[in-house]
Design a protein around this ligand. Structure first.
Ligand code: NAD
Length: 269
């Protein structure tokens, strides 16, 4: 196999949660660009999800739009059932859906805490568990990949960088880190690869207000000197989904313009 072919996802089926916008949409598109058919999940943004699907179809791949809330167990089982019915057994699952509900600790309600943990962390558990069950049922399809399945979590630099005023979010991503590693330890012997991508600051709705208020401050945290684009993450996810990364499992790929280099320490401390 020529090395460029190892980046190919031709003949594979991918599912991306929260793919109606932002990073999830970019992941879905980059997976399609590499040749995969893609299941586009959304929670309550059908029109936007259809736009993602249209972009995938314009690349010559099949797409199907399926509503499901990643924090609801029955929704996840239905999502995977409908996905397989529409496009066949899944080779790649990207657990991307996530949200923020920011507050100072004294003002953070239990609802704020639960909302973030239930989507970012419990959602990752539910999607990851179902993906692994389905990969096992499908088995290895050696004509498309030596791996039985590829599971990729969308984490964050805040799996390692503490984040005041966002303790629910940082805790969810810190938890996701050990969820990812523990799953990888549990299932890698079955040829299921489990990895994560950890974005820095990427221009999406999740941080639109902060970018409008404080883009200069954000840029001080990014040695490479620009806010990231969703496609920066989509391309990294396509790599983790492909056989080009076949010897990687249990790893987090930081795609952050150097944010985790802690640039505040350059000439300081
Ligand atoms: P976004 O708000 O544009 O997209 C989030 C997506 O998740 C949306 O499509 C939303 O509908 C979906 N979603 C939310 N709750 C859901 C649920 N319960 N069920 C199904 N879908 C649901 O934000 P984004 O920046 O694209 O975020 C995507 C992921 O990237 C998140 O996990 C986020 O934590 C992570 N991330 C983003 C950044 C960044 O700077 N943008 C940085 C690090 C990590």
């Amino acid at each position: 196999m020529a090395s460029f072919e190892k980046h190919s996802l031709v003949g594979q089926v991918a599912l991306v949660t929260g793919a109606s916008a932002g990073i999830g949409r970019a992941c879905a598109i980059e997976l399609a660009r590499a040749g995969a058919d893609v299941v586009v999940n959304h929670r309550h943004s059908e029109d936007e999800a259809k736009e993602t699907a249209a972009e995938i179809e314009a690349l010559g791949q099949h797409a199907v739009v399926i509503q499901a809330d990643v924090s609801v167990e029955a929704d996840i089982v239905r999502l995977f059932d409908q996905a397989e019915e529409a496009l066949g057994p899944l080779d790649i699952v990207v657990s991307n859906a996530g949200l923020q509900k920011d507050a100072k600790i004294g003002d953070m309600t239990l609802d704020d805490w639960n909302a973030v943990i239930s989507v970012n962390l419990t959602g990752g558990f539910l999607v990851g568990r179902e993906a692994i069950k389905r990969f096992r049922k499908k088995g290895v399809r050696s004509q498309v990949s030596p791996a039985m399945g590829k599971l990729i979590f969308d984490s964050s630099v805040h799996q390692v960088i503490p984040w005041a005023f966002h303790v629910n979010y940082a805790a969810s991503k810190g938890g996701l880190h050990l969820l990812m590693q523990s799953l990888a330890q549990e299932v890698s012997a079955e040829k299921i690869r489990v990895n994560a991508v950890a974005p820095g600051a990427i221009a999406t709705a999740i941080n639109a207000q902060e970018r409008a208020r404080n883009e200069e401050g954000m840029l001080k945290l990014i040695p490479y000197g620009r806010i990231g684009e969703p496609a920066d993450i989509g391309r990294a996810v396509a790599f983790l989904a492909s056989d080009a990364s076949d010897y990687m499992t249990g790893q987090t790929l930081f795609v952050d313009g150097g944010m985790t280099l802690y640039p505040e320490f350059r000439g300081n401390g």
